[in-house]
Design a protein around this ligand. Structure first.
Ligand SMILES: [Zn+2]
Length: 321
């Protein structure tokens, strides 16, 4: 039961909030976010935080709340170049950031890697590598974000991952028997800290998707509520359906899953397990020098396959002031 409470329960959160005014509802969500930041020591008011934004509801709500709370943030978006979808997202982000006076940096696949995601995907397929669009996009985005944050001395990268994302990810890790990933999950993921990795943080860890939708609509944010047009993640969609189905009868199921994960991760940390010798040790990629548990990181593996390194030499990404 302690685990359930430690992750936050519906009663500590929002479901009864259907009757609340928009203003009271937003206050409640912000209170939950503040509690997550404090409880998990995500960052302090002194820290410089990069907020990774996509133009979707989650990351925009995350960015807005952190700015409202007075944190020192800068927004960064990675433009994979998905035609109209990416252009709309960028346009929306620029208008939101202007309205709330948040600096926004744009990093594009085309500029950094020499080509957009569609071209990358078709090249990968012609090389016989059958990674899903989401997987490749995710690997390359994480690589560019980490480089950006490291080269610009950010203490952490905040993302819009929410309660639903986290509960789905945990179940998926269980179903794949991926204990290592399951343990590393959480609002401040990872077991050991590595000098090369900029810490990821998830301030919306305790906020459900439905809560974020309501918050975003109440704020009239011009954001995208659908899924990415390139998304083919049918596997994840099965877990969304399972969890949403359970939630109808058992409203705290997603909180329970996070509570279970927290207790498990705490137990593993206290034994010192996971610090070395079981594959969690982070070395450096021999090609790019970024942190990697293999000799060549996944991003470099993809970039080498596509000969992206030659078309775009490594350079420092600097925020436009
Ligand atoms: Zn590398």
């Amino acid at each position: 039961m302690a685990g359930v409470l430690s992750a936050g329960t519906p009663s500590a959160g929002v479901p009864s909030a259907e009757t609340l005014s928009d203003q009271a509802f937003r206050n409640l969500v912000e209170k939950k976010v503040r509690r997550t930041i404090r409880k998990h020591r995500l960052f302090t008011l002194k820290d410089r935080i990069a907020v990774a934004v996509s133009g979707g509801k989650d990351s925009v709500v995350c960015m807005y709340i952190l700015k409202k709370m007075g944190y020192s943030i800068r927004a960064v978006t990675i433009d994979p170049g998905i035609g109209k979808y990416s252009q709309e997202n960028l346009k929306n982000l620029k208008s939101i950031c202007k309205r709330y006076e948040i600096a926004l940096d744009v990093i594009s696949f085309k500029e950094e890697l020499g080509m957009g995601i569609r071209k990358i995907l078709s090249k990968m397929r012609s090389e016989g590598i059958d990674y899903s669009a989401c997987m490749i996009c995710g690997i390359l985005k994480r690589y560019l974000l980490n480089r950006y944050a490291k080269e610009n001395s950010f203490v952490a990268i905040a993302t819009g991952h929410n309660l639903d994302d986290e509960a789905q990810a945990f179940l998926m890790n269980v179903f794949r028997n991926d204990f290592r990933l399951a343990v590393r999950q959480g609002p401040k993921p990872g077991i050991t800290r590595s000098a090369g990795f900029v810490q990821r943080v998830k301030p919306l860890y305790n906020i459900s998707e439905q809560e974020i939708i309501r918050y975003s609509k109440a704020m009239r944010f011009p954001v995208y509520y659908g899924i990415c047009p390139l998304s083919t993640d049918a596997y994840r969609r099965q877990f969304i359906a399972i969890l949403d189905g359970f939630e109808k009868k058992h409203p705290s199921v997603k909180y329970n899953i996070l509570g279970f994960q927290e207790i498990m991760a705490k137990g593993i940390k206290s034994t010192g397990h996971g610090k070395s010798g079981n594959g969690t040790r982070v070395g450096r990629c021999e090609r790019c020098g970024e942190p990697s548990s293999n000799s060549v990181c996944k991003a470099c593996h993809i970039m080498e396959k596509l000969e992206l390194h030659n078309s775009s030499p490594r350079k420092t990404m600097r925020p436009a002031n």
